[in-house]
Ligand binder design. Structure first.
Ligand SMILES: Cc1cc2nc3c(=O)[nH]c(=O)nc-3n(C[C@H](O)[C@H](O)[C@H](O)COP(=O)(O)OP(=O)(O)OC[C@H]3O[C@@H](n4cnc5c(N)ncnc54)[C@H](O)[C@@H]3O)c2cc1C
Length: 380
């Protein structure tokens, strides 16, 4: 390891390490050091690993093919939650408890980017209020000290008052509960900057194009600077493949015959005017016709409605919501909103691809997701 590459966290009282510019990071790469860690992918997973590695004093290089966070990590439903939908299966409660704890850690660590949010689940059937109150009270209890507020059962008038914009005709009541909301892309960039401050070199527009093996061990990889077209060989002790839905393409750089382990499920969202849900609370629609939950959430002066779950054959750098998905979101939301909503009300749409573990026997994306319990972030 060259001296220039010895990355240490700044001891207390000393000035923090100066973040590297792109040119400086490139110069480091060109100096051909042996990196302790190379992280491929600058989404939430890669950025988190880079912070961890660099803050342990390991020389760390992070490479992304496009902008940091341009993949799934800027295309989420913007929730930091324990996963209410997982409450229905007690086998998933361990995952929910862990995620609820992490929710509080994130709120404490980045209060400017992650905040508690009130949600109301409107009930149009008599039994729904009791059932969902019990489920959501349990959800809150599982948070323990990390609770963001107590779940409350609401009568119809209170539910309508807490959730302006909800359809009041036939409304039997509601359940108020608390969860977290965040700015996914900004949190991702904050992590990249933190890694950078700990001495990691982080380069975007620098796709990994080949991985070289010697004697059965990965010794180096090749990355190409998209700005200049120049390729460089990078030596490393360890590679983390954090490329989400592109995981297979990296694995096949090592073994062209490697079986696929990841499949993509597209989740789309639409943005409506804030007037459809003008209050400060989000709405949880507990069951769509394909058995999912749907969120309508205040977001930068708009309302986000999402999401869907549609199998997609191949990864896509810029996935798009289809007209069918937009109709499904509008149709589902219309059943819960007081104001009539149509295609003309859709201001924008965006879609993200969930990297799902491919179930060996095939089967539904929901089944594949159930087998990915160790990846709570992929569960929304
Ligand atoms: C519709 C939807 C809604 C979601 N909602 C939520 C939510 O509300 N809350 C939540 O916590 N989670 C949510 N998730 C899950 C969460 O967004 C993902 O788990 C997370 O973003 C995955 O991050 P990642 O870093 O693994 O992948 P990505 O963000 O996709 O990052 C992978 C990166 O790898 C890079 N890459 C690919 N190939 C190469 C290469 N050859 N060389 C270099 N770089 C490469 C890509 O450019 C990309 O930046 C949602 C997911 C979806 C799809």
């Amino acid at each position: 390891m060259t001296d220039a590459l010895k990355t240490k966290t700044a001891p207390e009282g000393e000035k923090a390490l100066k973040p590297l510019s792109r040119a400086e990071a490139l110069a480091r790469v060109k100096a051909d050091p042996l990196w302790d860690v190379v992280v491929v992918g600058g989404g939430a997973t890669g950025a988190g690993i880079a912070v961890d590695a660099a803050s342990r004093g390991l020389s760390t290089l992070l490479l992304d093919a496009q902008d940091f966070s341009a993949g799934t990590s800027s295309r989420s439903t913007k929730l930091i939650h324990g996963g209410v939908r997982y409450m229905k299966n007690p086998r998933d409660w361990g995952l929910v408890t862990e995620a609820l704890h992490e929710r509080k850690v994130l709120i404490n660590n980045a209060p400017h980017l992650v905040h508690p949010e009130t949600f109301v689940l409107p009930c149009f059937k008599k039994w729904e209020r009791e059932i969902y109150t019990v489920g959501l009270a349990l959800y809150d209890m599982m948070a323990g000290k990390a609770s963001l507020g107590r779940t409350k059962s609401l009568k119809a008038d209170a539910a309508a008052a807490r959730l302006p914009g909800v359809r009041t005709e036939g409304l039997m009541g509601g359940v108020e509960f608390f969860d977290g909301q965040f700015d996914d892309a900004r949190l991702n960039i904050a992590l990249i900057r933190t890694a950078n401050q700990h001495g990691a070199a982080c380069l975007n527009y620098m796709p990994v194009t080949a991985i070289e093996r010697t004697g059965g061990w990965i010794q180096s990889l090749t990355a190409t600077d998209k700005e200049t077209g120049e390729s460089c060989r990078i030596r490393t002790r360890m590679i983390f493949n954090c490329t989400g839905v592109w995981t297979d393409s990296i694995r096949r750089m090592v073994d062209p015959d490697a079986p696929s382990i990841v499949r993509c499920s597209r989740g789309s969202h639409i943005l409506l005017d804030r007037s459809f849900l003008p209050g400060d609370s989000g709405m949880l629609i507990p069951k769509t016709r394909d058995g999912r939950v749907l969120f309508c959430i205040p977001w930068h002066g708009m309302t986000i409605v999402g999401t869907t779950d549609v199998e997609q054959r191949e990864p896509d750098w810029n996935p798009q919501a289809t007209e069918e998905e937009i109709s499904f979101l509008l149709e589902t939301a219309a059943g819960y909103l007081a104001k009539p909503v149509s295609r003309a009300d859709v201001k924008a749409s965006f879609a993200g691809l969930r990297p799902l573990l491919r179930a060996p026997e095939g089967g539904s994306t929901a089944k594949a997701r159930a087998s990915m319990r160790s990846f709570p972030n992929s569960a929304t």
